[in-house]
Unconditional design. Structure first.
Length: 228
């Protein structure tokens, strides 16, 4: 089916650069998305109608729009928006890499927010009352008591969402990002080896995703045993 694998072996350096960028994008956006998502979760659980309403609107909106459209909107429209806001005579070029980071953080935060909200609600209310009895303020209670337990309870789900994020990074190539999928696509078009290169990409994503999923299942079992 394949004449040879020279398109892969001859471009390993370029492919590895794409892998490096994909991993960096996954880690940066996972941390940023979890941080922003935690803030959104706290807003959603707030007694303030304004904060709660904003968080609900944000998460519902982001989860209702395909990621590829958010990428295109930000990549194509944001330069023009910044041009109007700052009254410039030319669009502000953000670049594919910065666009990818900002878009993925904003998009993934909506999913991490729902996970963290469920994690916070899974913690017994007695923990909150005990922290208040010890004289801890709300921020201290969340930081030292509630959030650590929420993260532990939802860790398998958080890791599963990170695996999904890793897969979603393949969409960066539509805005000419230099990720793994972008590198594979460029090599495929250059050498005319579309079937070979895209099959290679599919196998790589499959191996990584299945391996990480197996680790998540093992972690779930350990957490279940520790919770007994």
């Amino acid at each position: 089916m394949f004449s040879d694998f020279s398109s892969i072996t001859g471009s390993l350096g370029y492919i590895l650069e794409g892998v490096k960028y994909t991993l960096e994008l996954t880690i940066i956006t996972a941390v940023g998305g979890l941080t922003l998502g935690t803030g959104l979760a706290l807003c959603r659980l707030s007694t303030s109608p304004l904060l709660s309403g904003f968080s609900r609107l944000y998460t519902n909106l982001m989860r209702a729009v395909p990621l590829v459209l958010v990428l295109f909107w930000f990549f194509l429209l944001m330069p023009e928006v910044l041009k109007v806001l700052f009254r410039l005579d030319h669009p502000v070029m953000i670049g594919a890499e910065m666009t990818a980071i900002i878009t993925f953080v904003l998009f993934e935060a909506a999913y991490f927010a729902e996970i963290m909200r469920a994690g916070i609600q899974s913690v017994s209310r007695g923990q909150m009352f005990a922290a208040k009895a010890l004289g801890l303020r709300y921020a201290q209670t969340m930081r030292y008591v509630i959030l650590p337990q929420a993260v532990r309870n939802m860790l398998p789900v958080l890791l599963t969402q990170t695996i999904i994020l890793f897969q979603d990074t393949s969409l960066v190539y539509v805005i000419s990002g230099n990720d793994f999928m972008g590198a594979v696509s460029k090599i495929a078009q250059r050498d005319g080896e579309l079937v070979l290169m895209y099959s290679f990409a599919a196998v790589c994503y499959l191996v990584v995703s299945v391996s990480l999923s197996m680790l998540v299942r093992r972690l779930q079992k350990k957490i279940a045993v520790a919770a007994r």
